[in-house]
Design a protein around this ligand. Structure first.
Ligand code: MN
Length: 287
């Protein structure tokens, strides 16, 4: 059975964003707990500028479909991200970062921003940032597969996973029978063009959710080329509490994170680059 989640439009950093996770009734897919697609938008029209903001308890996974993004964080990292490369930031007990469109790149900007919840065993640990300039990339027939996290076939991504997960970018040019881990639930997001999953048409921008139990996914493009971002993992059993950019387990943890950021304690550190810090909204309601 396939559940389709239609995108919800929001605005992040001055550009239109489509959010499909989390949603009522579907909080996580594996440990994936947040999925946004930003753009496509011409950088001459609007360029993403997200000032310094904090995270706790997650890995942020940034994947460019088009354009370039500059990442800066409170560990001192400064990294340009281009299509085919992966940025993976592990927040642990706290990190801050800023993201903005590269000033040297022109044309369209289009990216997928994902969060992965860290399990209890690592979510209090020190923050970390990794840039993966090369990822496993292979073909099945005329289709192309890039492994972002975890394994596909015999190919293993070098990116860190704290729980059993998979993430991949698929370019479909013909029907594809894709073997997957039957212990994983999966989400498939076609950012550009509709695709078909097991014969069911999925609109571009929507997220298709498939519960665990599938050994093979039957995918097909509806045009000459259809991209699809695949996420999956073992169902994540820990109960998350989320507020703004924070993912924790209790309201007290979220309130503390808001206070620590807004009072500029040394928990999160400073980010270079000159953009203004984004204040945390006070905790009124929790999702
Ligand atoms: Mn962020």
């Amino acid at each position: 059975m396939i559940t389709v989640i239609a995108p919800k439009p929001v605005e992040v950093g001055g550009i239109p964003v489509q959010r499909v996770l989390p949603r009522a009734g579907r909080r996580t897919i594996g440990a994936w707990c947040f999925v946004d697609t930003a753009g496509p938008i011409d950088v001459e029209v609007a360029a993403m500028q997200v000032g310094p903001h904090p995270h706790i308890g997650i890995h942020t996974v940034s994947w460019m479909i088009a354009g370039e993004l500059v990442h800066r964080d409170s560990l001192g990292s400064e990294q340009v991200l281009r299509p085919g490369q992966l940025n993976l930031m592990s927040a642990g007990h706290g990190i801050a970062h800023a993201e903005q469109a590269s000033t040297t790149a022109s044309g369209s900007q289009h990216l997928v921003q994902l969060w992965v919840a860290q399990p209890e065993s690592t979510r209090h640990s020190s923050p970390d940032f990794a840039h993966h300039s090369e990822l496993p990339h292979f073909g099945i027939g005329a289709c192309e597969i890039t492994v972002l996290l975890g394994a596909m076939g015999n190919e293993l991504s070098p990116a860190r996973c704290d729980t059993p997960l998979v993430g991949a970018d698929l370019v479909l040019r013909e029907p594809l029978q894709l073997p997957v881990n039957p212990h994983f639930e999966h989400g498939l997001l076609p950012p550009d063009n509709d695709i078909a999953i097991h014969g069911q048409r999925i609109a571009a921008g929507s997220l298709a959710y498939l519960p665990a139990g599938h050994e093979m996914l039957s995918l097909a493009p509806t045009t000459s080329t259809s991209r699809v971002v695949l996420i999956g993992g073992e169902p994540f059993e820990e109960q998350l509490r989320m507020h703004w950019n924070f993912v924790a387990r209790t309201n007290n943890e979220l309130t503390q994170a808001v206070d620590d950021w807004n009072n500029d304690t040394n928990r999160f550190g400073a980010v270079g680059g000159g953009l203004s810090r984004i204040p945390a909204p006070n905790v009124v309601t929790f999702s």
